[in-house]
Design a protein around this ligand. Sequence first.
Ligand code: NAP
Length: 394
Amino acid sequence: MKPSGKSAITSKRLGILIGGSGLIGGALTHFYKSTSRNTEILAPSSKKLSLREPDDIKQYFRRYRPSFIINTAIAPIDSNPQMAFETNYLGSVNLAKVALVLGIPFIHISTASTLPPGENLTEDDHLPLTSGLANYPKSKLMAELTLKHLGATQGLDYTIIRLALVYGEHDHKIQGFNRLLFSIANQSLPLMLTKKGVMHSYSNNLKLSHFIHHIIDRREEFSGKTYHFVDPEPVELTQLIFSIKSQLGVKTPRKIFVPYGLAQTGKACIRWIVKIMTRIGIEARVPVELMFLENFYKSQTLSSKNLKDSSYKDPAPGVTVFTELPAMIEYYLTRWKHLNLLSIPGDEQKSHQNSALEFQHSPTTLLDHLHNNNFTISKDDKNRNRRSSSIIDI
Ligand SMILES: NC(=O)c1ccc[n+]([C@@H]2O[C@H](COP(=O)([O-])OP(=O)(O)OC[C@H]3O[C@@H](n4cnc5c(N)ncnc54)[C@H](OP(=O)(O)O)[C@@H]3O)[C@@H](O)[C@H]2O)c1
């Protein structure tokens, strides 16, 4: 029987991406949309296809029979056990089972959170699966182990891609690397919550799309394997913080390093306050970054040897988190200011004539200006109108 949805999709190869509105999925959707590759990507939102609803999965895949599945979905990092288990574990396994039935590749995105601290960690390394693990790494690790099991016992054609700290555009939630960028821009990080010499691996969001596209066409080489998709050189956290700080021109965090013991005590106090507040009926949460406090003080670098030895070639070897910083700062600061999440001291002064501020504080002046200029862009006023760029000259 011909699947009902496919005839409307064109003759291109069809892939289904779960998690298309997220940081990784957003970049992938953009990658396939903006290039004329012979592939069409469908990226249903979690409202249309929730990984927590097996029926959603069945119905969607009965309608669309893709040539491959990419899973970039995750429940929020601080989800309760049930949500983490159902989305990150059961959801992934159910997708893998669909891939098995359809006989198609399943590309699964995983995380360095399944790894212990350490240097040059390989794809064979992982944390021991214990009850004490937090919900996020536990559910991601269990998904990795089950995919390998399904590969070994039932011939699932899978590739697991472990990412470290991801940098790039399309993050709508301010998490991971962007949480650090946000805290420095917002000046809410007064001191250095790390120590000198702590190194981490980083993953480039855009390059990941190239890698995924590459491995989908080369299943003999990449099937049944796990890859660390990270930049070859790890980065010192202190150096990255100082770079962001100097590019933003802010004074904090100051060069005072908070010892780990003290930081842990602070975290315990915050946990205690949150507990008390919750008990008296006030909604409060421990900031997500505190879940990863240990990572600020311990190195975790991933070996990229398997990636380097594969047929994939880095399309832009010179591009690193440092070279991308100026563009990311511009992209995210603009976004966060528009969302009213951020105001940098002195910025109001600089952009006094900015029409967004005029809209906020003196709408009559702005309206007068727009009326007097007949909604057209004169040469002299080009800059001003660029700022109020929602009205175009027809
Ligand atoms: N960001 C990083 O720094 C980082 C680092 C290492 C590994 N990773 C891995 O990369 C992958 C993607 O992470 P991300 O940062 O892109 O996540 P994200 O920005 O938080 O996006 C999560 C995505 O999952 C979807 N989702 C959530 N619950 C769902 C459900 N029940 N059913 C279907 N979709 C659901 C969301 O869709 P809606 O918006 O529609 O709810 C959203 O599109 C994950 O596997 C993560 O472990 C990320």
